[in-house]
Design a binder for this molecule. Structure first.
Ligand SMILES: [Mg+2]
Ligand SMILES: [Zn+2]
Length: 271
C-alpha cells in the first residue's frame, strides 16, 4: 500500500516559484544540449505511446521498470504492442500528438536565429524513430536545429514491429560510468565524444537542458563557465540537491515558458 501523504510531500510543485532570469555572461560560441523527454518535449515518449494505445502495457511498464534494463523493457513492450495489433501508422499518429510546448519551440528557434555561434545537440534515451517522427511534426526538423541527434537505434521491421535496441549493444564492450547511467548509454561519455568530434568549434560554454536522473552524469562533467537548465521536481534536480558535486551554474525551471526565458539569456544582449 502506498502512503498517500508521503507521495504528496515528495511531489510538491509550486506553480509560480520565484523567478531567476538574471543575465548570463555573453559568449561567441556555445553548445546547447537538450534531453528530449520532459525537457525539449513536454511528455515522455516511452510512456506516452502506451498511455494512448495500450493502458495495459502502461501498467506493465510500471510493474517491470525496477526489474529490467530500461531500453530492453521498452523494446519488450513494443513487441507486446505489436502483438496487440497496433500499426506503425497508429504509433506515428500518437507520437505526433505528443505535447511540445510552443514556448520551448519559440525559445530554441529564437536562440538559433539570434546567436549564430550556437550549436544544438539532442542527447536522449528515447529512440531514433520516436524523435524523427516528432521533430518534423513540431516544425523542428526543417530548417535543421540539431547538429547531431544521439539516441538509441530503432527501425520498423517489414511486419510493422518497431524494433528498438540499446545504443551500446549488450554483446560488446560496456561503458565504465559509475554515476548510474543505464547500460544502454552513458550520457556523459556521449557528450564528451560529441565535444571531441567537434573540437574545432571551441565552445566557450556548454548549456545542458534536462530533467532526469540520467542527465546527472553529463551535468557533473560541466565546468564553472557552463550552465544547466534543470527542470524542478524531477530526478535531475533531486540528484543535484542530494548528491552535489556539480561545478556548473544551475538555473531551475518548471514550465517551458520559464525555459524560454532562460534560453533568451543565451542570446547576445539586445542594444
Ligand atoms: Mg528527460
Ligand atoms: Zn554516465
Amino acid at each position: 500500500m502506498v502512503d498517500q501523504k508521503t507521495l504528496a510531500v515528495h511531489s510538491v510543485v509550486l506553480e509560480d516559484p520565484p523567478l531567476d532570469f538574471d543575465a548570463l555572461p555573453p559568449v561567441s560560441s556555445q553548445l546547447v544540449v537538450f534531453d528530449f523527454d520532459w525537457s525539449l518535449a513536454d511528455q515522455d515518449t516511452d510512456r506516452w505511446i502506451h498511455e494512448l494505445l495500450s493502458p495495459r502495457l502502461r501498467i506493465e511498464f510500471v510493474q517491470k521498470i525496477s526489474t529490467m534494463q530500461f531500453t530492453d523493457m521498452c523494446a519488450y513492450l513494443l513487441e507486446e504492442l505489436h502483438k496487440e495489433g497496433h500499426t506503425p501508422e497508429a504509433i506515428q499518429e500518437a507520437l505526433r500528438a505528443m505535447p511540445m510546448h510552443p514556448a520551448m519551440i519559440r525559445g530554441v528557434r529564437s536562440l538559433q536565429s539570434h546567436h549564430h555561434g550556437t550549436d544544438f545537440l539532442l542527447l536522449s534515451n528515447s529512440n531514433e524513430v520516436y524523435i524523427h517522427t516528432i521533430l518534423p511534426s513540431k516544425g523542428l526538423a526543417e530548417p535543421p536545429l540539431f547538429t547531431e541527434i544521439v539516441t538509441n537505434p530503432a527501425h520498423w521491421e517489414p511486419n510493422g514491429l518497431l524494433r528498438l535496441r540499446r545504443r551500446i549493444s549488450p554483446d560488446g564492450p560496456q561503458h565504465a560510468c559509475k554515476v548510474g547511467c543505464s547500460a544502454n548509454m552513458c550520457k556523459g561519455d556521449e557528450l564528451d565524444a560529441f565535444k571531441q568530434r567537434h573540437a574545432d568549434r571551441k565552445y566557450e560554454r556548454i548549456v545542458y537542458v534536462g530533467d532526469g536522473g540520467n542527465d546527472f552524469c553529463p551535468v557533473k562533467r560541466l565546468g564553472p563557465n557552463d550552465v544547466a537548465f534543470v527542470r524542478r521536481n524531477r530526478g535531475l534536480a533531486r540528484r543535484i540537491l542530494q548528491e552535489g558535486g556539480v561545478q556548473c551554474m544551475v538555473r531551475y525551471w518548471t514550465g517551458a515558458w520559464e525555459a524560454e526565458q532562460l534560453l533568451n539569456l543565451l542570446c547576445p544582449p539586445r542594444p
